[in-house]
Design a protein. Structure first.
Length: 74
């Protein structure tokens, strides 16, 4: 099955999760995990799109003053 995990191991893991979290919280936990996986995939897709299209260079500034001189001194 999944890398050497059999049916009995999966049932045992499910039983431990059921005992730890209770039957009422399992759907909420599964929903949260699903949202997390969706966000992770979206992030990977965004990174891949950014790599394929390339990142635009930052706009050039006309101001020649260094950043350290722009800050106000107390």
């Amino acid at each position: 099955m999944l890398g050497g995990i059999g049916t009995w191991e999966i049932l045992l893991i499910f039983l431990v999760i059921l005992l730890l979290f209770g039957a009422k919280r399992i759907p909420d936990i599964a929903k949260s995990v699903g949202k997390g996986v969706t966000e992770f995939k979206r992030g990977l897709r965004d990174i891949q799109d950014e790599i394929e299209t390339g990142v635009e260079p930052p706009p050039k500034s006309d101001d020649k003053t260094p950043d350290s001189e722009k800050t106000a001194k107390p």
